[in-house]
Each structure stands twice: as C-alpha cells, then as structure tokens.
Write a protein that binds this ligand. Structure first.
Ligand code: PHE
Ligand code: ZN
Length: 853
C-alpha cells in the first residue's frame, strides 16, 4: 500500500566519491532576454580538458529547462537530455559550448534559479539553483569569470561584478573574480536605491547601493550603516579589503532563507535588511546588522575562498558565522552576544544533535544538500572555530587566517586545507581536533572534584552518545576554561584553559588556602552538556560572585531550571531561593540591563523537555507550559516593587535609537512589564501600546496583552494601522499563534490561514503562522493532535510549490521520540502520511525518512 519508493528512490551523494570535473571553464558569457513566462538564456562557455579531472562523458547539470539549441564550436549538436542534465560527445581539446534555453520565472514558486517576486526578477543559486537557469557544471569547484548581458524593459538590471555597459533595454556586467555558479546573481525590476560609498583602506572608492521596491526607501539607512561598519571591521580585524568597484544589496519579499552572498550582489530576504524604528524591533535591528555583516564577510570566507564540494559547507558557513558573532560582540556587548548565542545553540543545535537528524559538522552523505543548511553546520561549525581560536590563542589564530587567505585565495577548498593551515602556522597536530568535524552528537562532560591538602582537583569524563550511523565515538579535544573562587567571593585562580584530550582526565590546582568553588566552562568554551552535582547554595554563590559573566548567567539559569524541574517532576512550589537570588541580581544597578533581561528569562519549554528526556522522564508539554506560567506568576508576586522600579527606571526618553544601550534598557523594562501585566490586568501595557512611537515598545505591549488574553481591540487596531506593511503583518500573524493558549494554538493557526492576507507562496508569511505553531511546544504537541495534523496538511500543500521551505519545516517533528506513546503514534502517522504523498520532493522525502529513522 504505502509507496516506499517515494522515500528511497533518490540518489545519495557521498563525500568519499569526490572527483574533480573533467573540464575547466575558462569563461562564461550569458545573455538573458527577460520575459515572465518565456525568458531566453543563451550561454557561451569555453571549456578545456582538465588534466586533473576524471574523464567521464561530458555532463552538464540542467533541470526544468527547455533546450532550444546547442552548438559546439559553432556546429549544432543533439545532446542526450534527462531530467537532471545532458550528456554530449565533445572534442578532446578546448571548445566553445553554446546553448539557448527557455525558462518560466513567473511559474517558479520553489524560489531557486530565476524567479519573480512582486514583478521583479531575481535569482537564488546556492546550492544547486544555477542548473535551473542554464546547462552548466553546477558544482562549487568549477570556477570561472562571468560576463552577463540582461535585456528587458525594467529600470534596474543588476548582475555580479562591475557594470560595463548599458543602454536602452540592456545592461552588461562583468565579474573579474572567478566564481562557482552558486554565486551567480541577477536582478531586474523597477527598483529604487539608497546610495552611499565607502573608501577602502588603500583608498579605493566603492559605490554602495541598497535596492528596494518604491516605498521602502526609508527603511535602508540602518542597513547601509551596518554595511559600512562591516567593511571597516573586516579591514581592521582580518585585514580584508573589498575587491570590486560596486557592492549592491537587493531586498526581495519572497526568499527561502535569510540572505545570500552572491559576489558583489547580495540578495536579502526583505525581513533581513529593511528597518525603521516604526516597523522594526530592537531584535530585528540587531539581526539585520548581523546578517548584513555575515553576507559581506562571505566575500572573503566563501567567495574568494570557496568550497570544493557541498560537504565542505561549514568551511564557509562556520567561519562566517564565527566572524559575524565577533563583529556583533564588538559592536554591542560581548557577554550578551555570547549568552544569546548559547541559548540559540542549545535550542536548535543540541536538539538536532540529540535526535534523528544528528549529523557531523561536515556530513559524509546527503540526498538533497538544501537539507544541510543546519544549526549543526552553521552554529556548531562556528563553535568549532571558536574552540580552535581558544586552543591556539588570538595571535596564532590571526596568523593562521593570514596564511589561509594568502595560500588559498581563488581556490575551492576543504576542511583538510583549513586545518593544514592551522597546523603549519601553529605547529600543532590537529588530527584529534578534526573529530569535531566528523563525529556527530553533543559530548557530555561529567565533572567531580576532590580537595586535599590545599590541592583542588577536577576530574573530567567525556562521552558522546551514539547518533544515526555512528554507534561509537572517540574522545574529542575539549578546551575547558576554568576559574576558581574562594569562599569569600574573591577569585583565587583566574580563567585558565584546560585542554582535555582523553576520555577521562584530571587537572589539579595546588597551593590553595581553602576549598574553592569552581567556575567551569567559562564563556561556554566548548559546545558540550556539562553534568555536575551542584546545589542551589553554590549556584547562588556563583550568581553573585563569578567574574565570568557567561557563567554568572549560567548559574542563574541552573537555579531556574532546577526549580522548574522540581515543579514539573515533583509538584514543588516555586523555589524561594531562586526568586531571592533573582531579586538580588536584578537589583544590581552595576549590571548591564541586557544581561539582567536575559537573567529574567526562564529556560524555554523545549529546553525543559530536552532536559527531562535526558533524565529519562517523558516530558508533558502541557504541564511544562503550566509550570512555567506558575513560575512567572510567582516571580511577579515575589518582586512587584522591584519590577515597578525597573520598569520606570529603564524607560528610554527621546527619539528612538536602535543602539545596544537603549535597546538593553527597553529589554529590561519590557521584561518587567510582561510580569507586571500579570498583576495589573494589562493597565501599563495598554498605556504603553497607546503611546508607543516605535515597534519595539508597541510589540512588547501587544505581546503582554495577548499573554493575558486582553488584546482584542489592540490586535484589530494594529492590523488596520499596519495593513500595508507586509513585514509588520507577518508579526501580526505570528504573535497570535505564539500567544494562543495551548488548546487553541492549532485552531488559531487554522483560522489565520483563512485570512485574505495569508499567502502560502510567501515563505515569510508561511513561517509566520506555521513556524509559530511549531515553536509553541504546548500548542503544537497538544494532546488532541490537531497541531500535528494541521502542520502536515499544510506541508503537503506547500511541497509541490516550495520543497526547500517544506523540508526545513518538517524538522518540527524531529523530537517525536521524546514524547509519550500517544503523541509518538500521532506524529508518526503524520510523518508517514507526508512520506506517502505522490511525487513528494527529494527535499521533503529525505527529511521525513531521516526523522522516521
Ligand atoms: N549562503 C547563505 C548564507 O549563509 C544562506 C543560503 C543558503 C541562502 C541557500 C539561500 C540559499 O548566508
Ligand atoms: Zn552564510
């Protein structure tokens, strides 16, 4: 009955099978004659036999293309065409390939290749979208220079590189830097620009533009400042200068991901670049600054040095995420950035690493590479770079990076190349360290302590649980930063880096006058789960005295987590020791308000479910939700005066500024407001909503009102006011789902998709509703199963249009084995229903079969 073939018929690609392409590409000329339903693309490509390549029959990738004609050295040829590409007999010498194909951008809802969004043409080629534009060796190790001619009536026509010519109905661009096809980009539309310029440190003038739809001009200034800061930072910190005359950013409404680093022509999801005080929150501003930096930094880590094959994705992504995190830490607060990143890593990467989708930072096989743009490749990939930097030290790190850029500029590289550079620059043997790239799973780090005659010894033991395809794990290199604090609260041993390489290893600190309290894994120096017997007295002590802000936060989080676990598992009352310690910390006016706002946030529902599962208990999402609510009520009742004080003291007067300072104050005041709302029936929130002159304050107030189910009027007013602003309306959709009571989450989402403004073809809108559903654990996992069924219904509807977004959202089901038998059965049923769909995409079928395991 069940169509097993649907989940197994797709080819698997293996890292071990890598072989260079049999030809090199010397240059590429492309002409686009744009038309929504019948764009003609002609290509002229110079190929030469590659002495290092494997001389298979000549094969070019190509999908969903209508081949009009093909020629070799001017003579027509008739290649053999399949749904995946074409093969052809070619001369045993350099030759010129010419082809003309027809494509239909207006029918392209997958948003890969050339597609249309609100009347504008744009492309997305990473990872394998270029093959939907023309026939080509669409693999990152084939690099070439591109010359592009665009013909059409659109006012603005952009491609990579520098502009070379333009006139009535055409524009020509030339990119002098050889690049793989995944970095190709083209944009055409009636766009307007926000112009600026940047002078590089060697004195070169670069023209900068952010291109947007008319009406969005006033939302570009912040992104432009972020771009200039990024350019300057990369010169100062990494010595990297920009290398073209022009750098263009384009905002597009329909986009599967956040943004794309195409050479000289970055394309952004409009939600990741457009910003204004009225329409964007502080969190939006910070994220936009980080993504602009990320894409810009790719110019060196990704474009000038690219990946040999898609297994090496972390080579560019891990490093670029690490670089953008450094940038944000420099622009804003380093500890606050680190704490935020750890929260995110635990929420997304640990979840992945501890379930059926676990894979190494460098995967060894895939069916659809789009499914490997994951938290593991990106965020764990960045953690691996951070560990490397800690191990070798800052000076050696930058020395190695200089060598990397000098040696590999213009090449398509591997993790082996990257590590070899570090080995050479630092003289270290990194063969064991390399396991971080090949072993999946989150290491557990167990710690015990002994104290004798002035010597304090830490005994560590590491183990990594089995993951799919990897039953046995070897010990990894763990950089463990430790400090010791004396009983009077003074630090007796400053941060020291312990380098653990064995399965079990001890480190002694001698000559101490009294038994210290250890502060272990400062700065979260390795992405592990720390397992250590401790008590609330010690946590409260660290919360008060630790000099490492990360561990100070972690101590508070440990207290909160313990308290919640006892409420969930044992029915305990909210822990007064926690409430007291929190009160003390929040009252400390020397502490950054952003840090205090983070300390006020409880561990997430998902974090608690993960922890229960880890302790062999079955999480009940409804109960977790209720106990978190109970705790928040208790927090509000415990410290009403302090909350009032924080709320008033941290109001920011004057014109809105998105900078870290005022944003931190707003974060603390709004965290206080959300608790106060439980006491005052929403009076303060309603007043804030009415007087807010920026989206941060408005949305915070609206969220408070939604949380007590008192937002009816505001919700309607919000819609009426923001109806024309699609990014704000995305917020309107997602908040309603996020704040629905668990029993109503699915019904709320189901009602919203009937709204005339719901458009399943727009990924932002789809995610606003269904992302919010899958990120509301109690609602999604409601015992009725309505959340599971609704999500599956809509994933099935979306798959034929947009496989990439469908597949990513299937990950909502990845935790299914954590739950009770009833929920497991319901989730399994939905996964099997998706898997059985006729013509299911390769993307979704791979995800479903991996999740089912
Ligand atoms: N390479 C992009 C980035 O990390 C992400 C991306 C992948 C965008 C695939 C589109 C498609 O910045
Ligand atoms: Zn990236």
């Amino acid at each position: 009955m069940k169509d097993a073939a649907a989940t197994t018929s797709h080819d698997t690609v293996y890292l071990a099978d890598y072989a260079p392409f049999g030809w090199t590409v010397e240059e590429v000329h492309l002409t686009f004659r744009l038309s929504p339903d019948a764009t003609r693309v002609t290509s002229r490509i110079r190929f030469a036999p590659n002495p290092e390549g494997r001389q298979d029959r000549f094969f070019l990738h190509g999908e969903q293309l209508k081949l009009i004609e093909a020629k070799i050295d001017g003579a027509p040829v008739s290649p053999e065409v399949t749904p995946r590409g074409l093969t052809c007999d070619v001369p045993d010498a350099p030759f010129t390939w010419e082809a003309e194909v027809e494509i239909a951008p207006a029918q392209n809802f997958a948003l890969e290749g050339l597609y249309m969004s609100n009347g504008m043409y744009c492309t997305q080629c990473e990872a394998e979208g270029f093959r939907k534009i023309t026939y080509y060796p669409d693999r990152p190790d084939v690099m070439s220079t591109f010359t592009v001619r665009i013909e059409g009536d659109e006012k603005v026509k952009l491609a990579n590189g520098n502009p070379v010519d333009s006139g009535a109905g055409f524009a020509e661009w030339h990119d002098p830097w050889p690049k793989p096809a995944y970095l190709f980009a083209l944009v055409a539309g009636d766009l307007v620009n926000h112009p600026d310029s940047f002078t590089t440190r060697s004195g070169k003038q670069v023209e900068l533009n952010i291109w947007v739809r008319p009406g969005d001009e006033d939302k570009c200034a912040f992104g432009m400042e972020a771009l200039k800061k990024s350019m300057k930072w990369d010169e100062e910190v990494y010595g990297r200068e920009y290398d073209l005359d022009i750098f263009n950013i384009v905002a597009v409404d329909d986009f599967n991901m956040g943004a794309m680093e195409n050479k000289g022509l970055n394309i952004f999801n409009s939600s990741c670049v457009l910003a204004s005080p009225e329409t964007s929150t502080d969190a939006n501003f910070e994220r936009i600054e980080a993504i602009i930096a990320h894409e810009y930094f790719h110019n060196w880590t990704g474009n000038r040095i690219t990946c040999r094959d898609w297994f090496q994705l972390c080579l560019k992504e891990g490093l670029t995420v690490f670089r953008d995190a450094q940038f944000t830490a420099d622009m804003r607060s380093e500890p606050v950035k680190r704490i935020g990143d750890v929260i995110d890593l635990r929420a997304r990467q640990f979840r992945e690493d501890n379930g059926p989708l676990a894979h190494p930072v460098r995967p060894e096989s895939f069916q659809e590479i789009n499914n490997f743009y994951t938290a593991t490749v990106y965020e764990k990939g960045a953690e691996v770079i951070g560990m490397l930097k800690r191990l070798v030290g800052d000076d050696e790190y930058y020395k190695a990076l200089d060598l990397y850029f000098a040696r590999h500029d213009g090449q398509a590289c591997t993790i082996e190349d990257w590590l070899a550079v570090f080995e050479e620059a630092t003289g270290r043997d990194l063969s064991q360290f390399k396991r971080w790239y090949s072993q999946a799973g989150t290491p557990r780090l167990h710690v015990t302590e002994t104290w004798e005659d002035g010597t304090f010894t830490l005994h560590f033991r590491q183990e990594t649980p089995a993951t799919p395809g990897q039953p046995e794990k070897q010990p990894q290199v763990l950089p463990i930063e430790v400090g010791l604090i004396g009983p009077n609260g003074d630090e007796v041993v400053e941060t020291t880096l312990l380098e653990m390489t064995e399965a079990e290893q001890s480190f002694a600190f001698t000559g101490l006058g009294a038994r210290p309290v250890p502060s272990i894994l400062r700065g979260f120096s390795a992405p592990v789960i720390l397992q250590r017997e401790t008590d609330n007295a010690e946590r409260a002590f660290l919360m008060a005295h630790d000099t490492d802000p990360y561990n100070r936060w972690e101590a508070g989080r440990g207290l909160a987590k313990q308290a919640l676990m006892r409420m969930i598992a044992g029915g305990a009352a909210p822990d007064e020791a926690y409430l007291g310690a929190l009160h003390t910390l929040l009252s400390d006016e020397t502490l950054d308000p952003a840090f205090r706002a983070l300390a006020m946030a409880l561990p997430s529902e998902d974090d608690l479910a993960q922890t229960l599962h880890e302790s062999s208990m079955t999480p009940d999402p409804q109960r977790i939700w209720e106990k978190r609510e109970e705790m928040r009520d208790a927090m509000a009742r415990w410290m009403p005066d302090l909350l009032e004080k924080l709320f008033h003291a941290h109001q920011v007067p004057g014109t809105y500024q998105p900078d870290a300072g005022p944003a931190a104050s707003r974060a603390l005041a709004n965290a206080a407001l959300s608790l106060l709302t439980r006491l005052d029936g929403g009076e303060k929130a309603r007043a804030q909503y009415a007087s807010a002159d920026n989206m941060t304050q408005q949305l915070a107030a609206l969220s408070c009102l939604l949380s007590i189910d008192a937002a009816k009027g505001e919700l309607a007013a919000f819609y009426d006011h923001w109806q024309a602003d699609r990014l704000v309306i995305d917020k309107w959709f997602s908040l309603q789902v996020a704040y629905a009571k668990p029993a109503e989450t699915a019904a709320t989402a189901a009602a919203l998709v009937e709204h005339p403004d719901f458009d399943m073809k727009n990924p932002n809108r789809f995610r606003a509703v269904f992302g919010a559903l899958s990120m509301s654990p109690a609602g999604f996992h409601h015992a009725s199963g309505a959340g599971y069924e609704l999500l599956a219904d809509w994933l099935l509807k979306l798959d034929p249009l947009n496989p990439q977004t469908t597949a990513r959202m299937c990950a909502a089901f990845q935790t299914w084995r954590r739950f009770d038998a009833d929920r497991q059965a319901m989730m399994k049923t939905q996964l099997e229903r998706i898997g059985a769909q006729q013509d299911l995409s390769r993307d979704t079928s791979e995800m479903v079969s991996r999740i089912l395991g």
